[in-house]
Design a protein around this ligand. Structure first.
Ligand code: UTP
Length: 290
């Protein structure tokens, strides 16, 4: 039987403190990279990978995210009146079929693990994906689609991974790895934000996961880890040895848009890749006296 993943969770309840004051009144997921909000890249990636149902875990002050994926009647009727058809098609193309996105709230930002747990009843007893929209992956094939292909072979739990400089291991969930088969590494252990000298490797988890529903009964306990938060990495570590668990080296470049430098890098890379802007932008960058 073909292994399929139908549902995905996108946690967006974080406070985005690294981007204050921009994120005081506006969710960080609405910051635009060129001309699309960060969240839209992740939503498109999920649907392109075949996800049928997307669950956004939101929080107070995040209603703009819901509005972005809904009709904007005044705007649309004005565009109709003015005959701006391509703009109209563009704003309408963002709206998923009703029921394809649902929203639930995390009332308090108690950590990523807790945010995922908030979606347990909407996911039910089936494998699911997680996309952290801050992680924008520029690649030929969407990162989650690459993982879906790998998952058909591995089953179990799969996390997207990349090598990071050793001095940065304290920013990520880090893998202790076993056997390696092409892009796949067997996971023997997971540590959240280890100090460089304690890190078992430099292979770090980025914001794309495929997990089995058993994770929810571990998250039920609400155990707190690093930073006093309910950590997803800690819960995942309990599944190692009980279910297949692999790291998958994806093809592409990941930008951390939750971080100012990462956001700027993403903006430059994606602008340079655009047919309508890339050449002019490259010409401009060359004039800068760096
Ligand atoms: P981050 O670690 O980037 O935290 O969360 P943050 O609050 O969004 O941003 P900073 O660090 O204050 O700048 C990683 C992902 O987990 C979600 C975030 O929305 C983001 O997608 N998250 C985190 C939650 O949904 N709830 C939480 O309690 C914590």
């Amino acid at each position: 039987m073909k292994r399929v993943v139908r549902k995905a969770i996108m946690p967006v309840a974080g406070l985005g403190t690294r981007f204050l004051p921009a994120t005081k009144a506006m969710p960080k997921e609405m910051l635009p990279v060129v001309d699309k909000p960060i969240i839209q890249y992740a939503v498109e990636e999920a649907f392109d990978a075949g996800i049928e149902e997307l669950i956004l875990v939101t929080g107070r002050g995040k209603y703009l995210l819901e509005d972005h994926f809904d009709h904007a009647f005044e705007l649309e009727s004005t565009l109709v009146e003015r005959g701006k058809e391509s703009a109209l098609d563009l704003v309408r193309s963002i709206i998923p079929t009703a029921g394809r996105i649902s929203y639930t709230r995390q009332q308090k930002p108690l950590g990523l693990g807790h945010a995922i747990w908030c979606a347990r009843n909407l996911v039910g007893n089936e494998p699911f994906a997680i996309l952290l929209p801050d992680d924008l992956v520029q690649s030929k094939s969407p990162c989650l689609a690459q993982m879906m292909t790998a998952y058909e072979k591995t089953g179990g739990n799969l996390v997207a991974v990349m090598d990071v400089p050793r001095e940065h291991t304290n920013r990520y969930g880090i893998l202790e790895t076993g056997s390696v088969d092409g892009a796949l590494s067997e996971v023997l252990g997971l540590v959240e934000k280890p100090n460089p000298e304690d890190a078992p490797s430099t292979l770090s988890i980025i914001g794309r996961y495929i997990l089995q529903p058993e994770i929810f009964s571990i998250l039920d306990k609400g155990e707190k880890g690093a930073g006093g938060e309910v950590q997803l990495t800690d819960a995942m570590a309990h599944l190692i040895g009980k279910q297949p668990f692999h790291g998958y080296r994806f093809e592409g470049t990941r930008y951390d848009c939750g971080d100012k430098l990462g956001f700027l890098k993403a903006t430059v890379a994606l602008a340079l890749a655009r047919d309508d802007l890339g050449q002019d932008f490259a010409d401009y960058l060359k004039t800068l006296k760096l």
